[in-house]
Unconditional design. Sequence first.
Lengths: 201, 201
Amino acid sequence: MPENKTRQNRHASVKQSILKTAMALIIDKGIAKLSLREIARKAGYSPASLYEYFEGKDEIIAQLSAEAFDRLSIYLSQPPTNIPPDKRLIEIGMAYVKFARENPEHYDLVFNRLPSKRSTASEEINAASPYIIVRQAVVEAIESGSIVMSRGYDLEAITYSLWSLAHGMATLQNTHLSQFEADFDKVNRSAFETFIKGLGT
Amino acid sequence: MPENKTRQNRHASVKQSILKTAMALIIDKGIAKLSLREIARKAGYSPASLYEYFEGKDEIIAQLSAEAFDRLSIYLSQPPTNIPPDKRLIEIGMAYVKFARENPEHYDLVFNRLPSKRSTASEEINAASPYIIVRQAVVEAIESGSIVMSRGYDLEAITYSLWSLAHGMATLQNTHLSQFEADFDKVNRSAFETFIKGLGT
DNA sequence: GATAAAATCCGAACACTGTTCGGAAAAGTG
DNA sequence: CACTTTTCCGAACAGTGTTCGGATTTTATC
């Protein structure tokens, strides 16, 4: 009864290879022109066969979105923990933007192709993971005294603000400012520093 | 030879009415499901006829995007000029987010449905208009001494940073945080104040 | 007002798309 | 071996954006 492993493994690996083909197509043709039928062609299957592995095109995109999410989490985990909390906060922000610039398609998948159907509670928690990472860094920065909370501007609010700043920079650089040849890294760092400075006493 | 006016007027007004029906469809069915054929049905034309007025579906969306852009400019122009420059800067940021929340479809059109083909130089200038508005407010804030530039963090960089912050807040509220019931206005204002504070001496 | 010209409109067709369904082939189980 | 489950696909359906030829209507010119 090797069904337990072999069968499920096969199913899972085929699923993964289809996702891989789909992601490759997104990267070189753009997600707007992604077609189920072309995925099937490149993967060596008939269009109907893909429905054996996914509920439809939307679920394929949702899966890719989830994968992209994990990739983002990896980026955000890179900054070492043995640096001053306020510095680390900046590095996390920089990592966020770096992810967006180095993986524009993944970034788009994470934030602009979220499944239209309300995600379940558990997915929400998972989806909040990057938020949790930033939040934890803010907590440490507060404990170290680098930044301070004030009334009406609490932990969640600060986390949200930093996330917004990073998200805005990343989004603008990948869309409206994509053809600008500025040294965004330097400016971004200054922006984070300015905000952190404003959070100080 | 009344062709000059009548003819062109008619053409322009039909064009406008098609855009209007298209926008209505976007608002109540979502842009993802917007279909050229349905626009034609609702507008009382055959699908082929729309090509007398637009190059295709993409140009219709591009036109709507341009209209949405104008609407954003109006929002950004609302804050009065007879208030302290640093306060005004915050009000402009708040107006940016307000536009996004009150007109989510328009906001999406402006920032996530930008025409894939490189826009021309003149369109670029027009597209930069909100940026110009924010920039001008920053200039006045600098002149008043409310905020200061430092080396490597100049006018453009500050403008870009404020834009990013507002853009991030707007985008997140319209997507990932759309189901959260927080008092975003208050938090947003605190975030802007914090950043402006960081920009001070 | 008749005539030529230009603008407007649409039916039909083409090449796509996502999805469903029935059944054939293959693989695993007893 | 038979039996069940999984896998796969051809065919079809409804829908899409777009093109083209020609008919109809509106405008300009004589």
